[in-house]
Design a protein around this ligand. Structure first.
Ligand code: TNX
Length: 520
Protein backbone atom coordinates (compact mmCIF):
# COMPACT_ATOMS: atom_id res chain seq x y z
CA UNK A 1 0.00 0.00 0.00
CA UNK A 2 1.33 3.41 -0.88
CA UNK A 3 1.69 6.00 1.83
CA UNK A 4 -1.09 8.00 0.17
CA UNK A 5 -3.62 5.15 0.34
CA UNK A 6 -2.54 4.42 3.87
CA UNK A 7 -3.42 7.98 4.87
CA UNK A 8 -6.75 7.84 3.06
CA UNK A 9 -7.54 4.55 4.80
CA UNK A 10 -6.53 5.95 8.16
CA UNK A 11 -8.73 9.00 7.74
CA UNK A 12 -11.62 6.72 6.77
CA UNK A 13 -11.18 4.61 9.87
CA UNK A 14 -11.02 7.73 12.02
CA UNK A 15 -14.21 9.10 10.48
CA UNK A 16 -15.98 5.81 11.14
CA UNK A 17 -14.73 5.82 14.69
CA UNK A 18 -16.08 9.34 15.14
CA UNK A 19 -19.40 8.49 13.51
CA UNK A 20 -19.86 5.55 15.88
CA UNK A 21 -20.30 7.38 19.18
CA UNK A 22 -21.93 10.39 17.48
CA UNK A 23 -24.60 8.13 15.99
CA UNK A 24 -25.24 6.68 19.45
CA UNK A 25 -25.89 10.05 21.01
CA UNK A 26 -29.06 12.09 21.10
CA UNK A 27 -29.28 15.81 21.76
CA UNK A 28 -30.04 15.51 25.45
CA UNK A 29 -28.41 17.48 28.30
CA UNK A 30 -27.30 16.11 30.70
CA UNK A 31 -25.97 13.30 28.56
CA UNK A 32 -27.70 10.06 29.58
CA UNK A 33 -25.58 7.29 31.07
CA UNK A 34 -26.48 4.94 28.24
CA UNK A 35 -28.31 5.40 24.94
CA UNK A 36 -29.04 2.72 22.39
CA UNK A 37 -30.52 3.97 19.15
CA UNK A 38 -33.08 1.81 17.32
CA UNK A 39 -34.20 3.57 14.16
CA UNK A 40 -37.20 1.29 13.50
CA UNK A 41 -38.59 1.92 17.02
CA UNK A 42 -39.40 5.60 16.65
CA UNK A 43 -42.67 6.83 18.08
CA UNK A 44 -45.12 9.43 16.77
CA UNK A 45 -47.30 11.35 19.18
CA UNK A 46 -50.75 11.89 17.62
CA UNK A 47 -54.20 13.15 18.52
CA UNK A 48 -55.01 9.56 19.62
CA UNK A 49 -52.19 9.29 22.11
CA UNK A 50 -52.97 8.74 25.78
CA UNK A 51 -50.84 9.12 28.85
CA UNK A 52 -51.05 6.01 30.98
CA UNK A 53 -50.18 5.85 34.65
CA UNK A 54 -49.54 2.20 35.37
CA UNK A 55 -50.77 0.60 38.60
CA UNK A 56 -52.84 3.68 39.46
CA UNK A 57 -49.77 5.04 41.13
CA UNK A 58 -50.52 8.14 43.19
CA UNK A 59 -46.89 9.21 43.17
CA UNK A 60 -46.67 8.97 39.40
CA UNK A 61 -49.92 10.86 38.75
CA UNK A 62 -48.52 14.40 39.27
CA UNK A 63 -45.65 13.66 36.88
CA UNK A 64 -48.18 12.50 34.29
CA UNK A 65 -50.26 15.63 34.89
CA UNK A 66 -47.23 17.81 34.37
CA UNK A 67 -46.32 16.05 31.13
CA UNK A 68 -49.93 16.27 29.89
CA UNK A 69 -50.06 20.03 30.55
CA UNK A 70 -46.84 20.61 28.61
CA UNK A 71 -47.84 18.43 25.64
CA UNK A 72 -51.43 19.68 25.44
CA UNK A 73 -50.28 23.29 25.22
CA UNK A 74 -47.93 22.75 22.30
CA UNK A 75 -49.69 19.95 20.39
CA UNK A 76 -53.28 21.00 20.98
CA UNK A 77 -54.15 17.29 21.46
CA UNK A 78 -56.44 16.04 24.23
CA UNK A 79 -53.95 13.57 25.70
CA UNK A 80 -56.11 12.15 28.47
CA UNK A 81 -54.34 10.73 31.52
CA UNK A 82 -55.72 7.24 32.13
CA UNK A 83 -54.96 4.18 34.27
CA UNK A 84 -55.17 1.48 31.60
CA UNK A 85 -53.45 0.69 28.33
CA UNK A 86 -55.56 0.10 25.26
CA UNK A 87 -53.96 -1.28 22.14
CA UNK A 88 -55.99 1.02 19.89
CA UNK A 89 -54.29 4.06 21.36
CA UNK A 90 -50.62 4.91 21.17
CA UNK A 91 -49.39 5.80 24.65
CA UNK A 92 -46.79 7.40 26.84
CA UNK A 93 -46.70 5.27 29.95
CA UNK A 94 -45.22 6.04 33.34
CA UNK A 95 -44.55 3.18 35.66
CA UNK A 96 -43.15 3.08 39.18
CA UNK A 97 -41.44 -0.20 39.88
CA UNK A 98 -38.84 -1.51 42.29
CA UNK A 99 -37.26 -3.83 39.79
CA UNK A 100 -35.29 -1.30 37.81
CA UNK A 101 -31.60 -1.50 37.04
CA UNK A 102 -31.20 2.18 38.01
CA UNK A 103 -30.81 4.04 41.31
CA UNK A 104 -33.28 6.23 43.18
CA UNK A 105 -33.35 9.15 40.76
CA UNK A 106 -32.72 7.11 37.62
CA UNK A 107 -35.12 5.96 34.90
CA UNK A 108 -35.37 3.74 31.86
CA UNK A 109 -37.00 5.20 28.75
CA UNK A 110 -37.74 3.07 25.72
CA UNK A 111 -39.70 3.73 22.61
CA UNK A 112 -41.55 1.50 20.20
CA UNK A 113 -43.95 2.33 17.38
CA UNK A 114 -46.84 2.07 19.82
CA UNK A 115 -45.41 3.44 23.02
CA UNK A 116 -42.96 5.55 24.95
CA UNK A 117 -42.44 3.80 28.26
CA UNK A 118 -40.74 5.44 31.21
CA UNK A 119 -39.99 3.36 34.29
CA UNK A 120 -38.38 4.40 37.54
CA UNK A 121 -38.22 3.56 41.21
CA UNK A 122 -39.38 6.99 42.37
CA UNK A 123 -41.50 9.85 41.12
CA UNK A 124 -38.29 11.90 40.88
CA UNK A 125 -36.89 9.27 38.52
CA UNK A 126 -40.02 9.45 36.35
CA UNK A 127 -39.78 13.23 36.36
CA UNK A 128 -36.19 13.09 35.11
CA UNK A 129 -37.31 10.64 32.41
CA UNK A 130 -39.97 13.14 31.35
CA UNK A 131 -37.32 15.88 31.07
CA UNK A 132 -35.41 13.59 28.71
CA UNK A 133 -38.56 12.96 26.68
CA UNK A 134 -39.09 16.73 26.33
CA UNK A 135 -35.66 17.04 24.76
CA UNK A 136 -36.25 14.05 22.45
CA UNK A 137 -39.32 15.77 21.02
CA UNK A 138 -38.97 18.68 18.56
CA UNK A 139 -38.10 22.05 20.17
CA UNK A 140 -41.58 23.38 19.43
CA UNK A 141 -42.84 21.12 22.24
CA UNK A 142 -41.88 24.05 24.49
CA UNK A 143 -44.33 26.33 22.74
CA UNK A 144 -47.06 27.98 24.78
CA UNK A 145 -49.57 27.69 21.91
CA UNK A 146 -50.61 24.84 19.62
CA UNK A 147 -48.25 24.01 16.73
CA UNK A 148 -48.64 21.54 13.87
CA UNK A 149 -46.85 18.17 14.11
CA UNK A 150 -45.28 15.85 13.35
CA UNK A 151 -44.25 14.97 16.92
CA UNK A 152 -41.63 12.28 16.49
CA UNK A 153 -39.56 10.70 19.21
CA UNK A 154 -36.48 8.89 17.86
CA UNK A 155 -36.19 5.17 18.55
CA UNK A 156 -34.13 4.78 21.71
CA UNK A 157 -33.52 2.76 24.79
CA UNK A 158 -32.09 5.02 27.47
CA UNK A 159 -30.92 3.85 30.86
CA UNK A 160 -29.91 6.76 33.02
CA UNK A 161 -29.08 7.78 36.56
CA UNK A 162 -27.10 10.56 38.23
CA UNK A 163 -23.43 10.38 39.10
CA UNK A 164 -23.90 12.60 42.18
CA UNK A 165 -26.70 13.02 44.71
CA UNK A 166 -26.38 16.82 44.95
CA UNK A 167 -26.86 18.80 41.74
CA UNK A 168 -27.42 22.35 42.81
CA UNK A 169 -28.05 25.83 41.57
CA UNK A 170 -27.27 28.67 43.97
CA UNK A 171 -29.05 32.00 43.58
CA UNK A 172 -28.13 35.17 45.49
CA UNK A 173 -31.39 36.98 46.28
CA UNK A 174 -29.67 39.33 48.73
CA UNK A 175 -27.46 41.59 46.62
CA UNK A 176 -30.50 42.11 44.43
CA UNK A 177 -33.90 40.84 45.38
CA UNK A 178 -35.82 38.54 43.02
CA UNK A 179 -39.58 38.05 43.21
CA UNK A 180 -41.31 34.69 43.75
CA UNK A 181 -42.27 34.43 40.03
CA UNK A 182 -38.64 35.12 39.07
CA UNK A 183 -37.39 32.37 41.38
CA UNK A 184 -40.06 30.02 40.02
CA UNK A 185 -38.98 30.76 36.48
CA UNK A 186 -35.43 29.81 37.50
CA UNK A 187 -36.80 26.56 38.97
CA UNK A 188 -38.56 25.86 35.64
CA UNK A 189 -35.26 26.25 33.83
CA UNK A 190 -32.92 24.37 36.15
CA UNK A 191 -35.28 21.42 36.57
CA UNK A 192 -35.13 20.78 32.81
CA UNK A 193 -31.46 19.91 33.34
CA UNK A 194 -32.18 17.56 36.27
CA UNK A 195 -30.80 19.80 39.02
CA UNK A 196 -32.30 18.81 42.37
CA UNK A 197 -31.14 21.52 44.80
CA UNK A 198 -31.98 25.23 44.85
CA UNK A 199 -29.60 27.00 47.23
CA UNK A 200 -31.09 30.39 48.11
CA UNK A 201 -28.62 32.92 49.52
CA UNK A 202 -31.16 34.71 51.72
CA UNK A 203 -29.00 37.13 53.67
CA UNK A 204 -25.90 39.22 53.17
CA UNK A 205 -24.58 42.69 53.93
CA UNK A 206 -26.96 44.28 51.45
CA UNK A 207 -30.23 42.62 52.43
CA UNK A 208 -32.09 40.18 54.66
CA UNK A 209 -34.75 38.49 52.55
CA UNK A 210 -36.90 36.27 54.79
CA UNK A 211 -39.36 37.14 57.55
CA UNK A 212 -38.30 35.96 61.00
CA UNK A 213 -41.26 36.61 63.32
CA UNK A 214 -39.18 36.90 66.48
CA UNK A 215 -36.87 39.49 64.88
CA UNK A 216 -39.22 41.39 62.54
CA UNK A 217 -36.87 44.26 61.65
CA UNK A 218 -34.53 41.84 59.84
CA UNK A 219 -36.93 41.79 56.89
CA UNK A 220 -38.75 45.11 57.20
CA UNK A 221 -35.60 47.19 57.71
CA UNK A 222 -32.75 44.82 56.78
CA UNK A 223 -34.56 43.89 53.57
CA UNK A 224 -35.44 47.44 52.56
CA UNK A 225 -32.64 48.02 50.06
CA UNK A 226 -30.12 46.26 47.79
CA UNK A 227 -26.93 46.93 45.80
CA UNK A 228 -27.26 50.32 44.13
CA UNK A 229 -29.90 51.51 46.61
CA UNK A 230 -33.02 50.02 45.00
CA UNK A 231 -36.04 49.06 47.09
CA UNK A 232 -34.94 45.48 47.86
CA UNK A 233 -37.66 43.27 49.27
CA UNK A 234 -38.18 40.10 51.25
CA UNK A 235 -40.16 36.87 51.25
CA UNK A 236 -43.00 36.46 53.72
CA UNK A 237 -43.23 32.98 55.20
CA UNK A 238 -46.06 32.35 52.78
CA UNK A 239 -43.85 33.38 49.84
CA UNK A 240 -41.07 31.11 51.04
CA UNK A 241 -43.46 28.16 51.50
CA UNK A 242 -44.70 28.77 47.97
CA UNK A 243 -41.13 28.59 46.63
CA UNK A 244 -40.53 25.37 48.61
CA UNK A 245 -43.78 23.90 47.27
CA UNK A 246 -43.04 24.88 43.68
CA UNK A 247 -39.52 23.48 43.95
CA UNK A 248 -40.87 20.20 45.37
CA UNK A 249 -43.22 19.93 42.40
CA UNK A 250 -40.07 19.96 40.29
CA UNK A 251 -38.33 17.42 42.56
CA UNK A 252 -36.01 20.14 43.84
CA UNK A 253 -35.05 20.67 47.48
CA UNK A 254 -34.60 24.21 48.74
CA UNK A 255 -31.47 24.80 50.83
CA UNK A 256 -31.77 28.23 52.48
CA UNK A 257 -28.63 30.12 53.44
CA UNK A 258 -28.22 32.60 56.26
CA UNK A 259 -24.65 33.76 55.89
CA UNK A 260 -22.74 34.12 59.21
CA UNK A 261 -20.69 35.39 61.03
CA UNK A 262 -19.56 37.75 58.23
CA UNK A 263 -21.82 39.07 55.47
CA UNK A 264 -24.20 40.24 58.21
CA UNK A 265 -24.45 44.02 57.85
CA UNK A 266 -28.19 43.91 57.11
CA UNK A 267 -28.84 42.11 60.42
CA UNK A 268 -26.41 44.33 62.34
CA UNK A 269 -28.12 47.43 60.91
CA UNK A 270 -31.52 46.11 61.98
CA UNK A 271 -30.65 45.42 65.65
CA UNK A 272 -28.12 47.56 67.51
CA UNK A 273 -27.84 44.91 70.26
CA UNK A 274 -26.22 42.48 67.86
CA UNK A 275 -23.19 44.77 67.56
CA UNK A 276 -20.28 44.50 70.01
CA UNK A 277 -20.39 48.28 70.55
CA UNK A 278 -24.19 48.41 70.68
CA UNK A 279 -24.33 50.76 67.69
CA UNK A 280 -26.19 49.82 64.54
CA UNK A 281 -24.28 50.55 61.30
CA UNK A 282 -26.19 52.07 58.38
CA UNK A 283 -27.67 49.86 55.66
CA UNK A 284 -25.15 49.02 52.95
CA UNK A 285 -25.68 49.20 49.19
CA UNK A 286 -22.11 48.76 47.89
CA UNK A 287 -20.33 45.57 46.81
CA UNK A 288 -17.38 45.18 49.23
CA UNK A 289 -17.10 41.95 51.21
CA UNK A 290 -15.53 41.03 54.54
CA UNK A 291 -16.30 44.12 56.66
CA UNK A 292 -19.10 42.86 58.93
CA UNK A 293 -19.23 40.33 61.77
CA UNK A 294 -21.71 39.16 64.35
CA UNK A 295 -20.46 39.74 67.91
CA UNK A 296 -19.03 36.37 68.95
CA UNK A 297 -18.79 37.25 72.67
CA UNK A 298 -22.37 38.35 73.19
CA UNK A 299 -24.98 35.81 74.30
CA UNK A 300 -27.68 37.63 72.35
CA UNK A 301 -25.91 36.53 69.16
CA UNK A 302 -26.74 32.90 69.94
CA UNK A 303 -30.31 33.65 71.00
CA UNK A 304 -30.67 35.43 67.65
CA UNK A 305 -29.24 32.46 65.75
CA UNK A 306 -31.36 29.97 67.66
CA UNK A 307 -34.51 31.91 66.74
CA UNK A 308 -33.52 32.27 63.09
CA UNK A 309 -32.54 28.61 62.73
CA UNK A 310 -35.69 27.42 64.54
CA UNK A 311 -38.02 29.45 62.32
CA UNK A 312 -36.16 28.59 59.14
CA UNK A 313 -35.96 24.89 60.02
CA UNK A 314 -39.73 24.84 60.57
CA UNK A 315 -40.26 26.22 57.05
CA UNK A 316 -37.74 23.95 55.34
CA UNK A 317 -38.49 20.27 54.63
CA UNK A 318 -34.96 19.56 53.32
CA UNK A 319 -32.28 18.15 55.61
CA UNK A 320 -29.78 20.97 55.17
CA UNK A 321 -29.42 24.58 56.31
CA UNK A 322 -26.56 26.59 54.83
CA UNK A 323 -25.02 28.90 57.41
CA UNK A 324 -22.39 30.57 55.21
CA UNK A 325 -19.09 30.92 57.02
CA UNK A 326 -17.21 32.49 54.09
CA UNK A 327 -14.92 35.50 54.00
CA UNK A 328 -15.20 36.27 57.72
CA UNK A 329 -12.33 38.73 57.43
CA UNK A 330 -13.57 40.82 60.36
CA UNK A 331 -13.75 37.89 62.77
CA UNK A 332 -10.55 36.71 64.50
CA UNK A 333 -9.49 33.10 63.96
CA UNK A 334 -10.22 32.12 67.56
CA UNK A 335 -13.62 33.82 67.45
CA UNK A 336 -14.44 32.12 64.16
CA UNK A 337 -13.80 28.65 65.59
CA UNK A 338 -15.80 29.35 68.71
CA UNK A 339 -18.62 30.77 66.62
CA UNK A 340 -18.89 27.83 64.21
CA UNK A 341 -18.78 25.40 67.12
CA UNK A 342 -21.80 27.00 68.76
CA UNK A 343 -23.56 27.45 65.43
CA UNK A 344 -23.35 23.77 64.51
CA UNK A 345 -24.81 22.89 67.90
CA UNK A 346 -27.76 25.16 67.17
CA UNK A 347 -28.36 23.63 63.74
CA UNK A 348 -28.20 20.11 65.20
CA UNK A 349 -30.62 21.02 68.00
CA UNK A 350 -33.20 21.91 65.37
CA UNK A 351 -32.73 18.55 63.64
CA UNK A 352 -31.01 19.93 60.57
CA UNK A 353 -27.65 19.24 59.03
CA UNK A 354 -25.10 21.95 58.44
CA UNK A 355 -23.61 22.95 55.12
CA UNK A 356 -21.22 25.89 54.96
CA UNK A 357 -18.65 27.38 52.63
CA UNK A 358 -15.38 25.48 52.90
CA UNK A 359 -13.92 27.82 55.57
CA UNK A 360 -16.05 26.00 58.19
CA UNK A 361 -13.64 23.06 58.20
CA UNK A 362 -11.31 25.32 60.22
CA UNK A 363 -13.58 24.65 63.20
CA UNK A 364 -13.43 20.90 63.87
CA UNK A 365 -14.97 18.66 64.95
CA UNK A 366 -18.01 19.04 62.71
CA UNK A 367 -20.99 16.74 63.22
CA UNK A 368 -21.37 13.74 60.91
CA UNK A 369 -23.21 14.57 57.70
CA UNK A 370 -21.86 18.13 57.57
CA UNK A 371 -21.06 19.35 54.05
CA UNK A 372 -18.51 21.94 52.96
CA UNK A 373 -18.88 23.91 49.75
CA UNK A 374 -15.61 24.31 47.88
CA UNK A 375 -15.41 27.63 46.03
CA UNK A 376 -11.73 28.44 45.70
CA UNK A 377 -10.54 28.72 42.09
CA UNK A 378 -7.25 26.99 42.98
CA UNK A 379 -6.55 23.60 41.39
CA UNK A 380 -4.23 20.65 41.98
CA UNK A 381 -2.13 21.38 45.05
CA UNK A 382 -2.06 25.16 44.63
CA UNK A 383 -2.49 27.41 47.67
CA UNK A 384 -6.25 27.67 48.18
CA UNK A 385 -6.88 23.94 47.91
CA UNK A 386 -5.96 23.12 51.55
CA UNK A 387 -9.45 23.57 52.91
CA UNK A 388 -10.89 21.02 50.50
CA UNK A 389 -8.26 18.48 51.58
CA UNK A 390 -8.88 19.38 55.22
CA UNK A 391 -12.57 18.57 54.66
CA UNK A 392 -11.61 15.13 53.30
CA UNK A 393 -9.35 14.54 56.32
CA UNK A 394 -12.33 15.22 58.59
CA UNK A 395 -14.70 13.03 56.59
CA UNK A 396 -16.70 16.09 55.52
CA UNK A 397 -18.02 15.68 51.98
CA UNK A 398 -17.73 18.47 49.45
CA UNK A 399 -20.13 20.26 47.17
CA UNK A 400 -17.90 21.48 44.36
CA UNK A 401 -18.33 25.06 43.08
CA UNK A 402 -14.86 26.15 41.94
CA UNK A 403 -15.23 29.85 41.12
CA UNK A 404 -13.23 29.72 37.87
CA UNK A 405 -15.63 27.11 36.45
CA UNK A 406 -18.92 27.14 38.35
CA UNK A 407 -19.40 30.82 39.26
CA UNK A 408 -21.98 31.97 36.77
CA UNK A 409 -21.52 35.59 37.84
CA UNK A 410 -18.07 35.67 36.22
CA UNK A 411 -18.02 37.48 32.88
CA UNK A 412 -17.74 35.29 29.77
CA UNK A 413 -15.10 37.61 28.35
CA UNK A 414 -14.01 41.23 28.58
CA UNK A 415 -17.08 42.39 26.64
CA UNK A 416 -19.73 40.84 28.88
CA UNK A 417 -21.87 43.74 30.10
CA UNK A 418 -22.80 42.02 33.40
CA UNK A 419 -20.84 40.15 36.03
CA UNK A 420 -17.52 40.24 37.85
CA UNK A 421 -14.11 38.88 36.95
CA UNK A 422 -12.16 38.27 40.19
CA UNK A 423 -11.89 34.54 39.31
CA UNK A 424 -11.11 35.32 35.65
CA UNK A 425 -13.36 35.15 32.62
CA UNK A 426 -15.39 31.95 32.42
CA UNK A 427 -16.35 31.10 28.86
CA UNK A 428 -18.74 28.23 28.17
CA UNK A 429 -15.88 25.83 27.57
CA UNK A 430 -14.21 26.78 30.87
CA UNK A 431 -17.41 26.11 32.75
CA UNK A 432 -17.73 22.66 31.14
CA UNK A 433 -14.17 21.30 31.01
CA UNK A 434 -13.40 20.24 34.57
CA UNK A 435 -14.18 17.35 36.79
CA UNK A 436 -15.12 17.51 40.47
CA UNK A 437 -13.20 14.32 41.30
CA UNK A 438 -9.86 15.39 39.80
CA UNK A 439 -9.71 19.17 40.13
CA UNK A 440 -8.19 19.22 43.63
CA UNK A 441 -5.41 16.81 44.60
CA UNK A 442 -6.58 14.53 47.39
CA UNK A 443 -10.28 14.99 46.62
CA UNK A 444 -11.71 11.96 44.82
CA UNK A 445 -15.06 10.67 43.65
CA UNK A 446 -16.13 9.46 47.09
CA UNK A 447 -15.30 12.74 48.78
CA UNK A 448 -17.71 14.62 46.52
CA UNK A 449 -21.38 14.96 47.42
CA UNK A 450 -22.09 16.84 44.23
CA UNK A 451 -21.74 19.94 42.13
CA UNK A 452 -23.33 23.38 42.31
CA UNK A 453 -23.34 26.43 40.10
CA UNK A 454 -23.33 29.77 41.93
CA UNK A 455 -25.01 32.93 40.73
CA UNK A 456 -24.09 35.98 42.81
CA UNK A 457 -26.16 39.03 42.02
CA UNK A 458 -24.07 42.15 42.68
CA UNK A 459 -24.56 43.12 39.00
CA UNK A 460 -27.80 41.28 38.21
CA UNK A 461 -31.12 43.09 38.58
CA UNK A 462 -33.81 40.90 37.08
CA UNK A 463 -34.58 37.47 35.66
CA UNK A 464 -33.36 38.45 32.23
CA UNK A 465 -29.90 39.21 33.71
CA UNK A 466 -30.00 35.90 35.59
CA UNK A 467 -30.79 34.01 32.39
CA UNK A 468 -28.02 35.72 30.45
CA UNK A 469 -25.39 34.60 32.95
CA UNK A 470 -26.82 31.11 33.59
CA UNK A 471 -27.40 30.23 29.93
CA UNK A 472 -25.64 28.55 28.34
CA UNK A 473 -23.30 27.69 31.25
CA UNK A 474 -25.72 26.16 33.74
CA UNK A 475 -26.65 23.08 31.64
CA UNK A 476 -22.94 22.19 31.49
CA UNK A 477 -22.57 22.31 35.28
CA UNK A 478 -25.76 20.23 35.56
CA UNK A 479 -24.25 17.68 33.17
CA UNK A 480 -21.06 17.48 35.24
CA UNK A 481 -23.21 16.63 38.25
CA UNK A 482 -25.36 14.06 36.44
CA UNK A 483 -23.49 12.33 33.60
CA UNK A 484 -20.74 9.72 33.81
CA UNK A 485 -17.28 11.17 33.57
CA UNK A 486 -16.30 8.97 30.67
CA UNK A 487 -17.97 10.07 27.48
CA UNK A 488 -18.03 13.75 28.38
CA UNK A 489 -16.04 15.87 25.97
CA UNK A 490 -16.32 19.44 24.79
CA UNK A 491 -16.35 18.81 21.03
CA UNK A 492 -19.38 16.57 21.31
CA UNK A 493 -21.02 18.59 24.08
CA UNK A 494 -21.00 21.87 22.13
CA UNK A 495 -23.15 20.29 19.42
CA UNK A 496 -25.72 19.11 21.96
CA UNK A 497 -25.61 22.55 23.54
CA UNK A 498 -26.25 24.24 20.20
CA UNK A 499 -29.34 22.06 19.79
CA UNK A 500 -30.81 23.60 22.96
CA UNK A 501 -30.98 27.11 21.47
CA UNK A 502 -34.30 26.68 19.61
CA UNK A 503 -35.84 25.52 22.89
CA UNK A 504 -34.56 28.59 24.72
CA UNK A 505 -35.82 30.83 21.95
CA UNK A 506 -39.31 29.37 22.29
CA UNK A 507 -39.14 29.58 26.09
CA UNK A 508 -37.98 33.20 25.83
CA UNK A 509 -34.69 32.55 27.62
CA UNK A 510 -32.21 35.41 27.32
CA UNK A 511 -29.01 33.47 26.61
CA UNK A 512 -25.47 34.42 25.63
CA UNK A 513 -24.58 33.39 22.09
CA UNK A 514 -21.05 32.31 22.85
CA UNK A 515 -18.78 32.19 19.78
CA UNK A 516 -17.52 28.82 21.11
CA UNK A 517 -20.83 27.11 20.29
CA UNK A 518 -21.93 26.32 16.70
CA UNK A 519 -25.46 27.70 17.06
CA UNK A 520 -27.59 26.63 14.11
C1 TNX B 1 -17.37 35.57 46.73
S1 TNX B 1 -17.55 32.81 47.22
C2 TNX B 1 -18.39 35.47 47.66
C3 TNX B 1 -19.59 36.28 47.51
C4 TNX B 1 -19.51 37.19 46.32
C5 TNX B 1 -18.87 36.47 45.17
C6 TNX B 1 -18.84 37.26 43.91
C7 TNX B 1 -18.21 33.24 48.48
C8 TNX B 1 -18.52 32.15 49.35
N1 TNX B 1 -18.43 34.55 48.68
O1 TNX B 1 -19.83 37.02 48.68
O2 TNX B 1 -20.80 37.61 45.99
O3 TNX B 1 -17.57 36.10 45.52
O4 TNX B 1 -18.35 36.51 42.86
Amino acid sequence: MTARWFVVGLVGVMLLAMAGPAAASVDVIPKPASVEQRAHDSFALTADTRIVVRHRSRDAAPVAGDLARLLRRSTGYRLPVVWKSNRHHPEISLKLTRSQPVGREGYVLRTSRHEVRIKARTAAGLYHGVQTLRQLLPAKVESGTARPGPWRVPGVRIQDEPRFRWRGAHLDVSRHFFSVPEVERYIDLISQYKDNVLHLHLSDDQGWRIVIDSWPRLATFGGSTEVGGGPGGYYTKRDYREIVRYAAEHYITVVPEIDTPGHTNAALASYADLNCDGMAPPLYTGTDVGFSSLCVDKEITYRFLDDVVRELAALTPGAYLHMGGDEAHSTTEADYKQFIQRLQGIVTTHDKRLIGWEEIVQAPPLPPGTLAQHWSPATGSEPGTELAREAVAQGVKLVMSPANHAYLDMKYDENTPLGLSWAGFVEVRDSYEWDPATIVDGVGENDVEGVESALWSETLEDISDIEFMAFPRLPGIAEIGWSPRTGRNWDEYRLRLAAQAPRWEIEGVNFYRSPQVPWR
